[in-house]
Write a protein that binds this ligand. Structure first.
Ligand code: NAP
Length: 481
């Protein structure tokens, strides 16, 4: 079977017209053309989907783990089978180069494979009892109906990273993808249907206004767990809204990742790591290096090697062969990135390369480096979400750590050093949930992904990921003789 372009919502196993009948356009950021019009769901559709998920929870939570695993594995295989079609669709929706889209499809699918395996490893405990007539047991049970809200920058992987552990645990789920990228989410629903995943277990509600559905998700009493990936600002709104019904929460929020290059680093490896951490997805990932902190005595050497590579990045429509950087998601993003660069230059930063809208125009921005950046500039504090590397100087390790931690965020951090004592000291001192040490690419299905401070609550991936979808139930068995 092939996948066809789906444009309706997927509720209770049916492709469904929006209750208010509206549609919104999905735009290709490479040329601003309309790819398709998609059902615009509202609060009534959200309630219908939550009720369907609640009904499905009754049987899905009781379906043996082995069978849930088989459904997930079939879904995984179908995604791999259709990886090229999915990657093509993803590049059209969000602009990333085709090779990156393909990597995302494979990465996203791997969560379905991993959690299909984890489904069978949900285990309880028996605690040694001090009383002859009592036994203490701990059971793990599915949390219930889950709601997920996901961003546009990883249209498939962010959905898979939530839905795979949820379904493996026995939960059912309702997903609202980002306005910019509903088509990949609906293609996933198409493949879930082909995999035979029962009606109501996995539901997708595209919408142009996240707020309305977000309010239902975070306040509806049938929703027992809300999992959000997106900006810290929206995460805070959802946390407040979810307080009244005291929901289980996972928050994967924004970052301000430091990338520290110490004077004992292998500079070539640091440059390689810097390129992959910063310019992947045109700088639009939550774990992209956001601030480069470079030790004074290697500052010029690092910039010379780094800028040579950055200037050679090939920019264009991600569907064309050899393109390494696609467009930003929309014109608003271009304006924001450009304003951050202008502000820094006006306050004394050096422009090393780029620093302007790309000659292709539209949503393309030139790969940029600015030097001598300091705390007075907005770029030191904001998530850039664009292909811009601001470089700060530091003199010693203590100053680097203080600068790195001087932010309310705590998602990812990176540093390059070859000294083992420094590697331990710095990795323990950095207030971040994930640290790349002599490595610029850290995402993997096998490890816990998530942040501290205002970057989030909870972890996705690895054996930690399924815990977010399980409740612990203590059983006290008495009266034994
Ligand atoms: P965003 O504006 O926060 O949007 C994320 C999702 O929330 C979208 O589906 C959006 O819908 C929805 N939304 C917006 N306002 C809402 C509201 N008031 N109530 C409920 N839902 C609402 O973030 P984004 O621009 O899509 O994504 C970029 C952000 O995500 C960055 O901050 C990045 O760091 C973060 N991110 C974090 C991780 C992680 O794992 N920590 C991973 C990827 C991205 P609409 O699209 O309709 O606005």
């Amino acid at each position: 079977m092939t996948i066809s372009l789906k444009t309706l919502s997927y509720i209770d196993g049916k492709w469904t017209e929006p209750s208010l009948g509206g549609y919104f356009e999905v735009i290709n950021p490479a040329n601003n053309s309309v790819i398709s019009s998609v059902a615009n769901c509202g609060s009534q559709d959200a309630v219908t989907a939550i009720r369907a998920a609640s009904k499905a929870f009754q049987f899905w939570s009781k379906t043996p783990a082995e069978q849930r695993a088989e459904y997930l594995y079939r879904w995984y295989k179908l995604i791999l089978q259709h990886q090229h079609e999915l990657a093509d669709l993803m590049t059209r929706e969000c602009g990333k180069p085709l090779s990156e889209s393909l990597s995302e499809v494979v990465y996203g699918a791997s969560f379905l494979q991993w959690f299909s395996e984890e489904a069978r490893r949900i285990k309880g405990d028996i605690i040694q009892s001090p009383n002859a007539d009592k036994r203490f047991l701990v059971n793990k049970q599915a949390v219930g109906v889950c709601a997920a809200i996901t961003p546009w920058n990883f249209p498939l992987a962010m959905i898979a990273r939530k839905c795979a552990p949820a379904l493996a645990a026995g939960c059912t789920i309702v997903v609202k993808p980002a306005e910019a990228t509903p088509l990949t989410a609906l293609a996933m629903a198409d493949l879930a249907e082909q995999a035979g995943i029962p009606a109501g277990v996995f539901n997708v509600l595209p919408a142009s206004e996240g707020q309305e559905i977000g309010e239902v998700f975070s306040t509806h009493p049938l929703v027992r767990k809300l999992s959000f990936t997106g900006s810290t600002a929206v995460g805070k709104i959802l946390l407040k809204q979810a307080a009244d019904t005291v929901k289980r929460i996972s928050m994967e929020l924004g970052g301000n990742a430091p990338f520290i290059v110490f004077d004992d680093a292998d500079i070539d490896k640091a440059v390689e790591g810097a390129i992959s951490s910063k310019y992947r997805n045109a700088g639009q990932t939550c774990i992209c290096a956001n601030r480069f902190l470079v030790q004074e005595d290697i500052y010029d050497k690092f910039i010379a090697a780094f800028s040579e590579k950055v200037k050679s990045i090939r920019v264009g429509d991600g569907l064309q062969p050899g393109i390494q950087q696609g467009p930003l998601i929309n014109n608003k993003a271009v304006q924001k990135v450009d304003a951050l660069v202008r502000d820094a230059i006006a306050k004394g930063a050096d422009l090393i390369c780029g620093g302007k809208v790309h000659e292709l125009g539209g949503n393309f921005y030139t790969p940029t480096i600015i030097g001598n950046v300091d705390k007075s500039m907005a770029i030191a504090h904001e998530e850039i979400f664009g292909p811009v590397s601001p470089i700060f100087r530091f003199t010693d390790e203590r100053e680097a750590i203080a600068m790195a931690n001087d932010t309310p965020y705590g998602l990812a951090a990176y540093f390059y050093s070859q000294k083992m004592d420094r590697i331990w000291r710095v990795s323990e001192a950095l207030e971040y949930g994930m640290i790349g040490i002599n490595e610029g690419i850290i995402s993997t299905t096998l490890a816990p992904f998530g942040g501290v401070k205002q970057s989030g609550i909870g972890r996705e991936g690895g054996h930690y990921g399924i815990k977010e979808y399980l409740d612990i139930k203590y059983l006290c068995l008495g009266g034994l003789t």
